[in-house]
Write a protein that binds this ligand. Sequence first.
Ligand SMILES: CC(C)(COP(=O)(O)OP(=O)(O)OC[C@H]1O[C@@H](n2cnc3c(N)ncnc32)[C@H](O)[C@@H]1OP(=O)(O)O)[C@@H](O)C(=O)NCCC(=O)NCCS
Length: 164
Amino acid sequence: MQVFTVEDAAKSDIAAVMEIAELCGLSHWSKRDLTEEIEMEKAIFLRLMDKNGSCVGFVLGRVVPGAIRDWDADLYNIGVIPHERRKGGGELLLAEFVRRSHKLGAKNVWLDVRVSNASAIDFYSKFGFVNEGRRKNFYRTPTEDALLMSLKITARHRQPLKDT
Ligand SMILES: CC(C)(COP(=O)(O)OP(=O)(O)OC[C@H]1O[C@@H](n2cnc3c(N)ncnc32)[C@H](O)[C@@H]1OP(=O)(O)O)[C@@H](O)C(=O)NCCC(=O)NCCS
């Protein structure tokens, strides 16, 4: 039975996404910041829908010029509402994010995660992300180091995951 689908999100989803981000304890983005971000060139903004058509998760990021050459994707935020976790929705969102990043020319995906966020670190590691180092005091309220993680996009990431 299909539980979730991943779709393009739009400005009209911003209010729902802000609520989900709050429920997930993610760092706050204002409506204005989110609007500006999704209007950027090569932005990737996707929503996770349940079988009743409610938005239960999202991912936001952007393909940007890499530090040395090529293009990379930065994943800024991903979240699934608490009672829909561990059902494959997060992986579905992440897989589609990586596929879209590849289509927009990215060779790698990069992200930062709080060092205390063990469940997210496990989630990214299971997907294939590797630890690239630590950024001291990267986060505020509370102040905390970030773990920098990356994924090299390979052929296996270029196919869509089947919706769960
Ligand atoms: C991280 C997050 C998006 C994962 O979403 P999800 O829908 O639960 O993820 P999935 O069900 O697709 O999990 C895929 C795999 O990741 C790993 N994983 C996910 N959550 C985990 C947890 N809490 N503990 C350990 N492993 C976990 C598991 O290996 C899981 O596979 P399994 O359930 O078959 O064991 C979700 O927990 C979330 O929204 N967290 C709060 C927001 C957040 O921290 N975002 C990241 C900010 S950098």
